[in-house]
Design a protein around this ligand. Structure first.
Ligand SMILES: Cc1ncc(COP(=O)(O)O)c(C=O)c1O
Length: 391
């Protein structure tokens, strides 16, 4: 049994989640449940490996050894039943950096790139900052589920200037693992229209309540041939600060083109990120399984609690990620007042939905990767504020 219940003080660690509360929420008297990292310690084999390395006092240039690819190959086979060849894997810095590199490698200024809001804010940034054209295919709510608008997807993909689709799988912030049918449909539209798929699967190890992940590239050979997958141990094992990720591409041409662009940037290999990943993939799967159980319980608790006590908030229970998308769009309170209620009165630091796309100013994203006691207290404060408004 691992301990996910102890509250760990993150002050004086320069944590974004803690340090930027004042800037983002206008107060530091707040429980931070926003940035997508976890308030749990990463598993001890990672800490031991890093400690051992840090004990050696020379922190010079390092290479990514073949063991890195080997560990990933085994992890993908075991977790996702995906047969990955070591040669398909490139070691990268962060996923967002790699997405930006891929955009530069596979499109030109002005080309169209499809994303599906509400979606992870840097998807907008990497498209805009590289001067490409954002093509937003907003998710639609159907049968109490966030779904892909396939008609609009097809229309956007068919435009001659559309070159890339960035998929969030599972989807941040709605916490959905896409089904095989949905993946196939998105994948086939992209193949038919010669639109490259950048499949960001950074959250794919965080599966809730028994859900199973299916990488986009495992759906068919044609789709694999048209996909670059972006993965990392960072969300899974709470090592995002180590800035290490990897891409997988079975298509040699795509991989070489990506690698050439990455190489041109001369990004120095991170000394500790790759060894942390190897320690994690080789020795921490039991920890991950327990983590997923703990997070499933947290998500189940949050969903039940809100449905029961704060009916103003609508929730579709996520089946992946530790993120819960709170929908207050039908509530008769303005976006500014909602923020005041949540940040200043309930002291709950959660993401403002408007950062995930236009039209989501009455939505919020709650990160439940915290000890249950913290979640219980935070939700009780929120309930009390809503009770006082109602009465
Ligand atoms: C969908 C998605 N992609 C990428 C990232 C960040 O990846 P990295 O820190 O490796 O750039 C996040 C972090 O929240 C995310 O949710």
């Amino acid at each position: 049994m691992y301990d996910f219940d102890t509250i760990i003080d993150r002050s004086n660690t320069d944590a974004v989640k803690v340090e930027l509360c004042n800037t983002v929420f206008g107060t530091s008297d707040i429980t931070p449940m926003w940035v997508a990292d976890m308030d749990f310690p990463c598993p001890s084999p990672i800490v031991m490996t890093l400690r051992e390395r840090i004990e050696h006092p020379i922190y010079g240039y390092t290479v990514c050894t073949p063991r890195f690819q080997q560990c990933i190959k085994q992890w993908q086979k075991h977790r996702n039943n995906w047969d990955v060849d070591c040669r398909w894997i490139e070691c990268c810095a962060g996923v967002v950096t790699s997405l930006s590199i891929a955009i530069q490698a596979f499109s030109n200024v002005g080309d169209g790139i499809i994303i599906q809001p509400p979606v992870y804010t840097p998807f907008f940034d990497v498209v805009r900052e590289n001067e490409r054209t954002l093509l937003c295919n907003n998710l639609i709510k159907r049968d109490n589920q966030w779904c892909v608008n396939f008609e609009e997807f097809e229309r956007l993909a068919a435009m001659p200037t559309t070159k890339i689709f960035i998929l969030s799988h599972p989807h941040n912030p709605v916490g959905r693992e896409w089904t095989i049918d949905e993946l196939r449909q998105m994948g086939e539209i992209c193949v038919r229209n010669n639109v490259l798929i950048l499949s960001d699967e950074i959250h794919s190890d965080i599966m809730l309540n028994g859900t199973k992940h299916h990488p986009m590239a495992t759906i068919s050979d044609e789709i694999a041939n048209n996909t670059i997958t972006f993965m990392s141990a960072s969300k899974t094992f709470n090592i995002a600060g180590l800035s290490t990720s990897y891409i997988i591409a079975s298509n040699t041409e795509l991989r070489s083109q990506y690698a050439r662009k990455q190489h041109a940037l001369h990004i120095i290999n991170n000394m500790i990120g790759p060894i942390a990943l190897q320690a994690a993939y080789a020795n921490c799967e039991t920890w991950l399984n327990e983590l997923c159980t703990y997070l499933s319980d947290n998500v189940n608790f949050v969903t039940d609690y809100i449905n029961r006590y704060i009916p103003e908030i609508k929730i579709i229970k996520p089946n992946a990620t530790y993120l819960v998308w709170l929908d207050l769009s039908e509530c008769n309170i303005s976006p500014a007042d909602l923020k005041h209620i949540i940040y200043q009165r309930a002291h709950l630091g959660i993401n403002d939905g408007s950062t995930f796309g236009d039209g989501y100013q009455k939505y919020f994203r709650l990160n439940v990767a915290s000890p249950l006691s913290v979640i219980e207290e935070s939700l009780e404060r929120l309930k009390n504020v809503f009770d006082s408004i109602r009465n």
